[in-house]
Design a protein around this ligand. Structure first.
Ligand code: SAH
Ligand code: SF4
Length: 378
């Protein structure tokens, strides 16, 4: 990225609202309609800096480069896996905090179109402290601003990735499954969703966006009121409070029954299916008792269970459930009438799960790290 700067008073193009941009322009003797031109230009997939907005006068481009930021991301280090289908970035922000985002491409088969999923962070670190999660183990850094959230998507939209293609094509998803608990930063996450939705910016439809939560009940209720078209995923990981208290410690505040009740309210009020995420940990949460508990919890409402084999964090005492035990678990669920899929663990070889690459790079300069293979865009 060419126009970058440390965090500070300079507004970023990803979060400045149109009236503020128009005021900035008119204060410099420019017509207010230029705000639309600037927003359109800055969100073109071929723009990597204000210098690329060549339909604007050079003096204005220079003024913008001096007084605004093209991105809140100062530097990014990208590595790839899965034969180039997955790419993961560690982004450095103005104050040196680091966050992660991941690009996953799913090539279309037959007549089905290619699909792309971009996984983004909502916080630097996370305070929920789930023991199987690298982000949780690293602790909480700070909240991300709306612009810092949006800029992760823009990173993959801009050169050399251009991963969204024409933003309106619609065959992509944005998921809040990177670092952080999005509903512990709800104001900024909701603002970021509105910015992503804005047709004058990326114009990403709410139905292509998923918020994943460890079970922040008030935040889930706010989603019903404020973002009813955004998808909700709940990280359940256990069917009983005694186990979930350990695996997802926020359960001590909002126990399983309250979390599932909030999911049911969301499904009833929005008519949308809620995903239940379930990381499979060998010998921990893959017992018949948990499967039977899940059948009861998932019964009678629009839900879909995603089983994800644990991607063990470095030094972890746990490993993922072996295939045969997953199959047994799935059978109990299906017999109980639960819709269930087993998700692939994309990017395992680049430590794509929640905060792991970040942990590996801690304390090293992004410019100096040599983790092969650096990737080139497809
Ligand atoms: N904090 C939110 C969103 C970010 S985590 C949440 O917990 O839902 C996104 C998903 O990655 C969650 O379902 C989380 O449980 C899962 N995850 C975290 N660490 C993992 C690991 N080591 N292996 C597999 N999945 C993991
Ligand atoms: Fe936070 Fe989600 Fe990791 Fe738990 S799994 S520590 S809620 S990021």
């Amino acid at each position: 990225m060419t126009d970058t700067a440390p965090a500070g008073p300079r507004p970023a193009i990803s979060e400045i609202d149109r009236p503020a941009l128009a005021a900035w322009l008119t204060a410099r003797g420019e017509p207010a309609y230029r705000a639309d031109q600037v927003l359109a230009g800055a969100h073109r997939p071929d723009a990597s800096g204000f210098a690329d907005l060549t339909d604007l006068p050079a003096t204005l481009r220079n003024a913008m480069a001096g007084e605004l930021r093209f991105s809140t991301i100062v530097d990014s280090h990208v590595i790839g896996a899965d034969g180039g289908l997955t790419a993961k970035a560690v982004h450095e922000l103005g104050d040196g905090q680091r966050i992660e985002s991941v690009l996953m491409r799913y090539p279309g088969r037959g007549r089905s179109a290619d699909r792309t999923t971009i996984c983004i962070s909502s916080q630097a670190g996370c305070a929920v402290n789930c023991p199987f999660c690298a982000t949780g183990q690293a602790g909480f850094g700070r909240q991300l601003t709306a612009g810092e959230i949006v800029d992760q998507v823009l990173h993959w939209h801009r050169p050399p990735w251009n991963a969204l293609g024409e933003a309106q094509s619609g065959h992509y998803n944005v998921v809040f499954m990177g670092m952080g608990e999005p509903l512990n930063n709800a104001d900024r996450v909701f603002e970021a969703v509105r910015l992503l939705n804005d047709p004058a910016r990326l114009g990403i439809g709410a139905r292509h966006i998923t918020v994943s939560t460890s079970g922040v009940v008030p935040g889930m209720d706010r989603m019903i009121e404020e973002l009813p078209q955004v998808n909700l995923a709940i990280s359940l990981h256990a069917a009983t409070d005694s186990l979930r208290d350990d695996l997802v410690p926020i359960n001590r505040k909002w126990p399983v029954r309250e979390v599932v009740a909030a999911g049911r309210r969301f499904a009833a009020r929005t008519g949308r299916r809620v995903s239940l995420e379930y990381v499979m940990i060998d010998g921990v949460n893959d017992t018949d008792e948990q499967a039977t508990g899940l059948v009861t919890l998932a019964h009678g409402w629009r839900t879909h269970l995603n089983l994800i084999p644990l991607n063990p964090t470095p030094g972890s005492r746990w490993s993922g459930t072996p295939r045969a035990a997953i199959d047994r678990f799935v059978r109990i669920l299906r017999d109980g009438g639960v819709t269930v899929t087993v998700r692939d663990t994309r990017g395992r070889e680049i430590d794509a799960a929640c905060g792991q690459l970040h942990a590996q790079l801690a304390g090293r300069s992004l410019r100096e790290v040599a983790i092969p293979p650096a990737v080139t865009p497809a």
